[in-house]
Design a protein around this ligand. Sequence first.
Ligand code: ASP
Length: 331
Amino acid sequence: MKRKILIINTGGTLSSVMKDSGLAPGLTTTDMQKELHIVSGDTDLEIEDFCSLDSANIFPEDWQNLARRIANVRNDYDGVVVIHGTDTLAYTSSMLSFMLRNITIPVVITGSQLSIKNPVADAMENCRCAIHMAASGIPGVFVAFNRKVMLGCRASKVRSLSFDAFESINYPNVATISSLGMSIDDKAVPRRSGVFHLSDSYSSKVCMIKMFPGMHRSLLESLADQGYKGIYLEAYGIGGMPFVKHDFTGTVEKLIEKGITVVVGTQCPYEGSKMDVYETGRRALEIGVLQAHDMTSEAALTKLMWILGMTDNPAEIRDYYSINIAGEVTI
Ligand code: ASP
């Protein structure tokens, strides 16, 4: 029997056209039908338009609606492909990994660096890879790009122009395509840990800050004044923060006392945080910050938004943040 695959289009470069105002999404699935069917192989393809947005315009409510749509159709299809702009694709794939807990089918997000109507584009190849993965029967949320398949919560956009725009950070690729075909690394596919559960709430009172020398702690204080509940702080190296000239650590401690969750990660994309090594990191751990370990910043941020959407109990937040939900962290 042919595998039934649903393609959901959200926009991005893959569906873009040149307008007077610049390159912007404009093609609908009807306009892209011919190309999508060419790469659909032996699958039974259905296509639908969800929105037509440059992914800079994708917001958390779109993640929620997308998760709901996928949850609703999960029993009608063998797999789902989401066409998405590459700029915020990894945030969407990370959040979907959390919201679609223990999803029973493959959900594969893809996009491209050139419009599908461009004869030299990577679009057809990426869709071919995504559809093939969606037909694989391997459940989970994945990203397909440039002949590789990554875990949705480990993918990150690392190049702005090249076709090889995404990498799987601190985690092996789930699959690669070579002259031998698609080879799947079974060990890189996280096991489902229970029954499917749509968990689609999130907190919009979360922000991400990259630390820099000279950053003033009043910035953090102003976030507390604005009612923020969670802060993902991208710190230096293996995760330290200043305490000598400016007592940043003391300010963070006050935020934690006010009930704000502070997660500390690293600006280095590879190898993650290890805050128990330096004094700058240990002091932060002692005041109660949580650690992002080897998560991507996209996963660290969306995990915080997702958890704070479920609970504001500090012990529960700590417990949730400290476990591996969808393969996003090595603990
Ligand atoms: N600006 C585009 C977007 O993210 C870039 C792309 O799709 O490659 O929607």
